[in-house]
Design a protein around this ligand. Structure first.
Ligand SMILES: Cc1ncc(COP(=O)(O)O)c(C=O)c1O
Length: 437
C-alpha cells in the first residue's frame, strides 16, 4: 500500500500542522478502551467526544446497525416513511420528560440547534407573533458550528472569523464564578441571580421581539459549568412571564450523563419547550441528532390545510434507517444495563476522585456533576492553553484520553466505567499533573 497522504484530511477543531508532527491515532475500541496505533490501550476518559455513553463496540448496537444496513440501507423521510424512524422517535419521546413528545431528526448537534432555532421563530410567526425573531444565547455557550449555533454560542474563537453571523442575537452572562464557587461539588451555590440578566435583556429589546432563549443546562464544551442552584428555574420563570420559548441544548447532558435521568431537564426539574440532543442518542456509532418539542409547539404547527407542509425543514438523512436502528439498540442497552442509574450511583465516588486532585500543581478549580468533571489549571503567563494541551497529550501517551479546552481538562467517561477504572483514570491524571511544569 502506498503511504497515506496526511495532508488530505483537513481535521476539524485541530491544530493540523502540530498534529501531523506527533499524531495521536486510534485504530480500535472496545468497552472502556481505545487501542492506539502503537498498540497502547487507552482508557477512554471522555466517552470519545462525550458520546459513547454505553462504552465502545457494544454487540447489540453493532448487530442492529449491521442488520439495518443489510435490510433497508436508505429510505427517504420526505413524504415517505419507514418503521424504524417512527419507533426510534417514539422511544426517544418516551424517555424525554413531561410532554416533550415530538422528535424531529437531524444528523448532529449543530443541526439540532439550527432546527430548534428555526422551529422557535416559525412557532411565533404561525401564532401571529412575527416580530419575535431574536435569540438569546449565553456567553461560553456551545451550540455547534452552524451559523445559528455560533451566533447564539458564546465562544469568541468560534465566532471571530465568521463575520456578522445571525442578526438579532444577544447573550446572557456565563455562570462561571470561581471567586465564589471554586471547588464546588455538584451545583454551585452562588449565581442564581445571573438569570435575572434576562430581565434586563428583555427590557432592552422588548419581549415582543424575542423568540427564544437557548442554553446548555450544563455548559460542557467551555469547561464543564454546572448551573448554579435555582438558575435554570429562574430562567424558565422569566421565559414564561414573557412568552419566550426555552431551549435546552442537551447534546452533552442527554442520555444519562448527569446521572439518574435521561435528560438534565428532568434531573434539574425544569421543562424547556424544546430539547436538542445528539451524541449519546446512538452511542456515537452513527451520526444523529434531534430536536424534541413539547405538545404546544408541535400543535401550533399542525394547523392550516392538511396538504400543506407544516415545517419546511429537514435533511436527506433525517431519520436515516441505520441511525434509527442504532438509536433503538442504544436505548435498549442503556435500559437493560441501567446505565443512567449506574451513573447516579457512581457519581459520589467519581466526585471524590476528581476532587482528590485538589492541591496538585496548577489546579485552580475542580467542578463536577453526575459522571462529568473538570480540572482547571492555571494558565501559563502569555501562553494560555499550552499547559492544558501538554497534560492532555502526555495523558494520551500514558494511556488516558481526556478532552481539553484551553487549560481545563474535561472528564466524562462512558457510564459503564467501574470504580477501579475511576481510580486508574485519576491516578494517571494526577501523575501527569505532578510532572507538568
Ligand atoms: C451542547 C452542544 N451542542 C451542540 C454541539 C454540536 O454537536 P455536533 O458536533 O454533533 O454538531 C455540541 C458538541 O459538542 C454540544 O456540546
Amino acid at each position: 500500500m502506498p503511504p497515506t497522504n496526511h495532508d488530505a484530511f483537513w481535521m476539524p477543531f485541530t491544530a493540523n500542522r502540530q498534529f501531523r508532527k506527533t499524531p495521536r491515532m486510534l485504530v480500535a475500541a472496545k468497552d472502556m478502551h481505545y487501542t492506539a496505533e502503537d498498540g497502547t490501550q487507552v482508557l477512554d476518559g471522555c466517552a470519545g467526544l462525550w458520546c459513547v455513553n454505553a462504552g465502545h463496540n457494544r454487540p447489540k448496537i453493532t448487530e442492529a446497525v449491521q442488520k439495518a444496513i443489510a435490510t433497508l440501507d436508505f429510505a427517504p423521510t420526505f413524504q415517505m416513511g419507514h418503521p424504524l424512524a417512527f419507533e426510534a422517535a417514539d422511544r426517544i419521546a418516551k424517555l424525554a420528560p413531561a410532554d416533550l413528545n415530538h422528535v424531529f431528526f437531524c444528523n448532529s448537534g449543530s443541526e439540532a440547534a439550527d432546527t430548534a432555532l428555526k422551529m422557535a421563530i416559525a412557532y411565533h410567526r404561525i401564532r401571529g407573533d412575527a416580530a419575535r425573531t431574536r435569540f438569546i444565547g449565553r456567553e461560553r455557550g456551545y451550540h455547534g458550528v452552524g451559523f445559528g449555533g455560533i451566533s447564539v454560542g458564546g465562544i469568541s474563537g468560534n465566532r471571530k472569523l465568521y463575520g456578522t453571523m445571525l442578526g438579532g442575537v444577544d447573550h446572557l452572562p456565563h455562570t462561571h464564578d470561581p471567586a465564589r464557587n471554586a471547588f464546588s461539588r455538584g451545583l454551585p451555590t452562588h449565581g442564581e441571580e445571573l438569570a435575572d440578566a434576562l430581565e434586563r435583556i428583555v427590557a432592552l429589546h422588548d419581549p415582543s421581539t424575542i423568540a427564544s432563549v437557548i442554553v446548555e443546562p450544563m455548559a460542557g464544551s467551555t469547561g464543564v459549568l454546572p448551573p448554579p442552584v435555582g438558575y435554570l428555574k429562574r430562567l424558565r420563570e422569566i421565559c414564561d412571564k414573557y412568552g419566550i420559548l426555552l431551549i435546552f441544548d442537551e447534546v452533552i447532558t442527554g442520555f444519562g450523563r448527569m446521572g439518574g435521568t435521561a435528560f438534565a431537564a428532568e434531573k434539574f426539574g425544569v421543562t424547556p419547550d424544546i430539547i436538542t440532543c445528539a451524541k449519546g442518542i446512538t452511542n456515537g456509532t452513527i451520526p444523529m441528532g434531534a430536536a424534541i418539542a413539547r405538545d404546544h409547539v408541535f400543535e401550533t404547527f399542525m394547523q392550516g390545510p392538511e396538504a400543506g407542509i407544516e415545517f419546511p425543514h429537514g435533511y436527506t438523512y433525517s431519520g436515516h434507517p441505520v441511525a434509527c436502528a442504532a438509536s433503538i439498540a442504544t436505548l435498549d442497552t442503556y435500559a437493560e444495563e441501567g446505565l443512567f442509574e449506574r451513573a447516579e450511583e457512581l457519581a459520589p465516588y467519581f466526585e471524590d476522585a476528581v476532587h482528590s486532585l485538589r492541591g496538585l500543581p496548577h489546579v485552580i478549580d475542580i467542578r463536577n456533576i453526575g459522571l462529568v468533571g473538570a480540572v482547571e489549571l492555571e494558565a501559563r503567563t502569555g501562553a494560555p492553553g499550552t499547559r492544558g494541551y501538554e497534560v492532555f497529550d502526555r495523558a494520551f501517551r500514558d494511556g488516558l484520553l481526556l478532552r481539553v479546552t484551553g487549560d481545563t481538562l474535561a472528564i466524562s467517561p462512558p457510564l459503564i466505567i467501574n470504580k477501579a477504572q475511576i481510580d486508574e483514570l485519576f491516578g494517571k491524571l494526577g501523575a501527569v499533573l505532578r510532572d507538568t511544569e
